[in-house]
Write a protein that binds this ligand. Structure first.
Ligand code: OGA
Ligand code: NI
Length: 335
């Protein structure tokens, strides 16, 4: 079966200046009428170079509990490494269609890995204006070469370099988020899988859309994993929900966008909030983003940390294996 990629739909849509009906959102989702404009309220930006570690811990803890999302600057990943990651990803998506299809997610495959377009339609039968490529980047034991593009030739090197630096950032964030809960610095990382934590890279490719006010890229959701560390390109589009309203996340060159995801909300017994977010698309430019989902191994059991419950504080979440959590979420079964 031939799958229609949004990249191809975009080309046709741009020439006839209209889009297929299944991409048009109902009014309560359309970005133009559901986004707060001209608000001063802004997602926190945190400078990781601050020598005052206590201050950093409290800024991160506050951002994690009030927004569930923050940007980090001076994170230690050289801009050249980020630029290369972006360059090779863009080059992959600009390959002729048949060269990308070599990496297509096989039909009926159990893993998310591969090049693709969301096949399963959402409630109301709507589709997102986005194509993607998924593959794991760490640890080496879970890497599946089959889904790493051979073109451009520097794809592998650029992704490996990024992974080296990204792991250091992730470890610092787990430490500070743990301290922010009053726990030992290694408590969080140990509980979510320690060195077995899996790094799943996704590249989102949002081609131009003649009617961007009526569509969404990725529909409102929280990420399932622990943390998501995202590099965007210069085209804004990520939005976060706070107090029932949608806000644009401003583009800061070289910043990384940190999302608190479901497993950290659970581990923290609700002190940190998994951020509800979505993405919008652009009229004449392509937006791209590179989120990395930090996923516990499938049989890792995650629940509220024992020190955060007891003494009259109830556990607000069940403890369960990450794999079961994912199964329930994807199949819309209550957790
Ligand atoms: C996602 C996501 C947002 C973005 O892929 O899970 O939320 O900015 N992407 O592309
Ligand atoms: Ni997301």
């Amino acid at each position: 079966m031939e799958v229609e990629r949004v990249q191809a739909i975009s080309k046709l849509s741009m020439s006839i200046n209209t889009i297929p009906y299944e991409f048009i959102r109902s009014e309560n989702e359309q970005p133009a009428i559901t986004t707060v404009h001209g608000e001063i309220l802004e997602v926190p930006t945190i400078d990781l170079n601050d020598p005052d570690e206590e201050k950093l811990v409290s800024l991160i803890a506050k951002a994690g509990s009030e927004w569930g999302l923050f940007q980090i600057v001076n994170h230690g990943i050289p801009s050249e490494v980020i630029n290369n990651l972006q360059k090779v990803g863009k080059e992959f998506f600009e390959l002729p269609q048949e060269e990308k299809e070599v990496y297509a997610k096989p039909q009926g495959s159990k893993t998310v890995e591969g090049y693709g377009t969301q096949l399963q339609r959402e409630l109301e039968g709507k589709k997102g204006w986005v194509d993607h490529l998924f593959h794991r980047i760490w640890p080496p034991s879970v890497i599946n070469d089959r889904f790493w593009p051979m073109k451009p030739p520097s794809y592998r090197e650029a992704n490996e370099q990024y992974t080296i630096y990204l792991r250091k950032v992730a470890d610092k964030l787990f430490k500070w988020l743990s301290l922010g809960l009053g726990l030992e610095e290694d408590a969080m990382k140990a509980a979510i899988g320690g060195d077995d934590l899996e790094y799943l890279l996704k590249i989102n490719y949002y081609p131009p859309c003649p009617l961007p006010d009526l569509v969404l890229g990725v529909v409102a959701h929280t990420d399932m994993s622990t943390l998501t560390l995202l590099v965007p390109n210069e085209v804004p589009g990520l939005q976060v929900s706070r107090d029932g309203q949608w806000y644009d996340v401003k583009y800061i060159p070289n910043a990384l966008i940190v999302h608190i995801s479901d497993q950290i909300e659970i581990f923290s017994n609700g002190k940190y909030k998994a951020v509800l977010h979505r993405s919008t698309v652009n009229k004449d430019t392509t937006r791209m983003s590179w989120p990395v989902f930090l996923e516990p191994p499938s049989d890792q059991v995650i629940g509220p940390h024992p020190k955060l419950t007891g003494n009259g504080t109830l556990a607000k979440y069940k403890s369960k294996k990450y794999g079961e959590y994912v199964y329930c979420k994807l199949n819309k079964i209550p957790q």
